[in-house]
Design a protein around this ligand. Structure first.
Ligand SMILES: Nc1ncnc2c1ncn2[C@@H]1O[C@@H](CSCCNC[C@@H]2Cc3ccc([N+](=O)[O-])cc3CN2)[C@@H](O)[C@H]1O
Length: 265
């Protein structure tokens, strides 16, 4: 079995509920703490989206996992939002939230935080309703395929991609990480934008019984992956303070990249 196949096999025990509890409730998502890492991620995304340079017809979130926080600013700028994940359990978790079904994760605190950052004074429930209406599809994705979405969108290319904690969490090594970035880049129009959040120096993380390996990336390795085909518009990094370290992963920090696909090489 190839390493990519072995990773896919290991993901069969991924537990979305455990993953959400590990990463999207306090302390990591404690918005009363100005050092909260989730607040930092939301601010990075909101700042890029406030530039006025990102927008268009279709936004694809590459490997949403069971989370929607990553599109809370970007979705406003597109007519259609497509969420994706490799695992059916995560796609089902997303649909549960989209349909406001019992047991769905409460993204209210994160949505409220984004409303505060964006400063438009609207109730978070209004933004939540708009996001639920803007998502057109929740579909499978495999970043190790040359066409990560299969024929779902082909030959249409999209205006922007968001991706959060995906590529490093499912690539066996750095070359595979770079190749996966190349695969998703094929979905993007020239001049299109990528907003990507990644773990820094993480070698594993837990999601219930599942212990998943990650390719450990430094800031330099993360930047270098965009050398071919992109202009980096913004790069930020966050070092996890003691108060934010958890026993469900060994990440040392988080990176944020806003990159724009070159019009032509
Ligand atoms: N072949 C594949 N193609 C696409 N996606 C695939 C594939 N295989 C698995 N997947 C997909 O990959 C998975 C990604 S889940 C995200 C894992 N991220 C690790 C975790 C997250 C986290 C969160 C918050 C903070 N923080 O400090 O605030 C730190 C960290 C660091 N650790 C899962 O969605 C699976 O479905």
């Amino acid at each position: 079995m190839s390493t990519i196949e072995a990773i896919a096999e290991n993901y069969q025990t991924f537990n979305p509920a455990a993953y959400l509890q590990n990463n999207y409730i306090p302390p990591l998502a404690d918005f009363s703490d100005p050092d909260s890492v989730v607040a930092w991620k939301l601010k990075c995304l909101a700042d890029a989206c406030a530039s006025g340079e990102i927008g268009g017809q279709i936004l694809v979130d590459i490997d949403s996992g069971p989370t929607v926080y990553q599109v809370l600013s970007a979705f406003e700028l597109f007519k259609e939002v497509i969420l994706t994940d490799f695992l059916a359990v995560n796609r089902e978790e997303l649909k549960k939230w989209l349909h406001d079904e019992p047991g769905a994760f409460d993204w209210g605190p994160s949505i409220n935080q984004v409303c505060s950052i964006e400063g438009k004074g609207e109730p978070w429930q209004a933004k939540q309703k708009r996001l639920r209406e803007r998502v057109s599809r929740v579909i499978p994705v495999n970043v190790h395929q040359s066409c990560p979405l299969g024929t779902e969108l082909a030959p249409v290319t999209v205006d922007a991609l968001v991706s959060s904690f995906c590529l490093e969490a499912c690539s066996p090594n750095y070359p595979a990480f770079v190749k996966a970035l190349g695969n998703i880049t094929g979905l993007l129009k020239p001049g299109g934008h990528v907003l990507m959040i990644g773990a820094l120096e993480e070698s594993y993380y837990m999601a219930g019984e599942a212990r998943l390996s990650a390719v450990s990336l430094t800031e330099e390795m993360t930047r270098k992956a965009y050398d071919v085909g992109y202009i980096i518009r913004d790069f930020r990094s966050y070092t996890l303070p003691e108060s934010m370290t958890v026993d469900t992963d060994d990440a040392k920090g988080v990176s944020f990249v806003w990159a724009q696909k070159k019009e032509s090489d």
